[in-house]
Design a protein around this ligand. Sequence first.
Ligand SMILES: [Zn+2]
Length: 400
Amino acid sequence: METRDWPLEKLRELQEQQLRRLLTHAFEVSPWYREKLRDVPDPARFRIDDLRHLPILEKSELQQHLDQIAGSARSAPDARENYSSGSTGTPVRLYQSQEYRDWYAADDSRVHRGLAGTVRDAAVNVLWFDAFALRRDGLPATVQRLRAFRPALVIGYVSTLIEVGRALDRKLDGLAAVITAAETLMPRERGMIGESFGAPVFDRYATREVGTIAHECEAHDGLHLVMENNIVEIVGPDGQPRSEPGEEGEVVITSLRNLATPLVRYRLSDMACLGRDGCSCGRQSVRLASVLGRMSDLIVSPRGVLLHALFFMRLFDKAPVHRFRVDQETRTRLRIRIVPAAEYTDAVRLRITSGILVHGDPTFEVAWEVVDDIPATSSGKFRFTVSHVGKGESSPPAES
Ligand SMILES: [Zn+2]
């Protein structure tokens, strides 16, 4: 039986065993963890529930103290450097082991086999779209390359796949699934991508530092955690795990497969929400109901209401708008840029503005701007919301 089909109890046992291995290893190789974990008496008896007592590892700490954190593991023969894209700031650098790379690669084939059912392990061929290289004028060449490649699986950013999908004149032969990553997938976009590529679309949550964290199954009802590879905690502002379905919190990850840079309770600065137990697909792994996006994309209203990209996506759902982006310029001022469709009218603007004031915060000033295009960020990802206001400030910044 594949690990992903294991009963929940067995998955947790596997996690605990891997966690003990990770902590034992961290003690051996890492001066950072020898200091941080000095209160852990015996890693060989450590339990998953004990994790909440360990300190959270911040991204800034990984950026500044990589050598201390990885310790002697960074000179292991199979350790390779990897970088996160740094689309919201400084890239994060870390080392990854061969075991990590094997599990990461295996995940695509596992997901794929699960979805397609009939494809042989060895026959898995995956085409990653390179969002950096892909530009509008390169679309015909990309489509040609796609057809020649005959991928069984296509993986890409939502916005990239929509662009490519628009350029496809007919569906792709032999394609079993499209996997979207790095951006929130909304029903309309899912429909557009599925229709143009001619295959079901599956959402995935992954990062460069820890690989695939969760992905959809054929039920398309939340994302199953890849429990074999990571321990995922959804934590509140106090750093303590939330366990009730529907509770939102920040994602904190303990990476079980990468001994080249031990990551114990690593804060990803993403917000997510736990799902309910039990999925109609029969798998027992824990699910995320949704991934709400990055903390840097969160808008905190003047009255302290937390608004994430999904809030605005729901308001824009089915609106005659090709693209939108919301910038919080000051605490009170939102600027909404849209690329309108032909049916766009002033009534649409009024309806959405009213939705923001009623369901968000009545003290917002909302400015609208109609534009020809809204470019993606330098990493190729598209951001629906961006806040230019620092988080955790007690007084509003000066309005300019
Ligand atoms: Zn499922």
